[in-house]
Ligand binder design. Structure first.
Ligand SMILES: Nc1ncnc2c1ncn2[C@@H]1O[C@H](COP(=O)(O)OP(=O)(O)OP(=O)(O)O)[C@@H](O)[C@H]1O
Ligand SMILES: [Mg+2]
Length: 273
């Protein structure tokens, strides 16, 4: 009897210790995550003011330059470079801020009704130049060309932009990218495939985590923050969809997205949706 009592007491003590350790870890993680969010918010805001000031200074010099009649000098070239780099910096800061706000669920998503194919064509077109420059091609095939989606058009366009951007970036050969679309009842299935460097099964497990980039040793020839795919995943989940990756190192990757779509009945017009 005495042993049973001591045994139970011991088990109870162990359970209490485990519960305490768990609560401590959870609290610590929460604090760390809050600190990370605060840091990102402060950091991005601190960057925004100097970026805005640089843009203003460039504009002023540009105007003065024009007033003095030096419209075409070397100075203009350098100004252009500073202006473009400043814009790139602004874009990067915005990107970090946006993903942090998405994590905090601070972003509101619109509910618009639009054609998925038209959206994909628009995004694909924006890659024409860069793919042509590399001698590659982007091939689209649509099994169903009257696919209507309800959701935030801009965020979905950014989402596809990120996927195609990766397909072009992580490729050591001539990029050949395929976009296949088909409809299975209420689901639109979009597959974005590339012939790029591919990923191992272990690497695939982490690619949707914010800030994760597949380690490349000391070589940093492809730039990025490791934020694109975590944004992609978030946008798809907000729209009630899912994303899966199939990939093999050295052979290429395919991202398969399933998004709920509107089933159009014969007598329906767009206004009915
Ligand atoms: N199509 C792909 N082929 C091979 N590797 C990929 C592909 N897409 C993503 N990856 C790997 O997954 C990582 C995460 O991708 P993600 O798009 O989130 O970030 P990023 O491209 O590094 O930066 P960002 O998109 O923020 O500019 C990449 O760094 C890359 O290593
Ligand atoms: Mg990316």
């Amino acid at each position: 009897m005495k042993f049973v009592l001591i045994g139970s007491l011991l088990v109870l003590l162990i359970l209490m210790a485990v519960a305490y350790a768990m609560a401590r870890t959870i609290l610590r993680q929460k604090k760390l995550s809050q600190m990370k969010k605060d840091f990102i918010n402060n950091m991005t805001h601190e960057f925004k003011t100097p970026i805005a000031n640089i843009a203003l200074a460039i504009d002023t010099i540009d105007n003065l330059n024009l007033l003095n009649g030096n419209g075409n000098g070397k100075l203009n070239n350098y100004l252009k470079i500073i202006g473009n780099e400043n814009l790139r910096l602004y874009g990067n800061v915005e990107k970090i801020l946006e993903i942090s706000q998405l994590e905090e669920e601070k972003v509101t998503f619109l509910s618009e009704t639009f054609s998925l194919i038209l959206l994909l064509e628009e995004v694909a077109k924006s890659f024409d130049l860069i793919i042509q420059k590399k001698g590659g091609k982007l091939i689209s095939s649509y099994e169903s060309d009257n696919l209507i989606i309800k959701g935030d058009r801009t965020h979905l366009a950014n989402m596809f932009h990120n996927l195609i951007d990766n397909a072009v970036k992580y490729n050591h050969s001539i990029p050949v990218i395929h976009i296949n679309v088909r409809q299975k009842e209420e689901v639109a299935e979009i597959k974005v495939s590339d012939n790029g460097i591919g990923m191992s099964p272990d690497e695939q497990k982490h690619i949707f985590n914010p800030f994760y980039r597949i380690p490349t040793g000391n070589k940093h020839d492809v730039k990025g923050f490791g934020l694109g795919l975590s944004y992609v995943k978030k946008v798809i989940s907000v729209h009630g969809g899912e994303i899966n990756v199939e990939s093999e190192t050295g052979k290429g990757s395919s991202f398969v997205i399933r998004l709920p779509c509107v089933v159009i009945k014969n007598e329906m017009v767009l206004e009915d949706i």
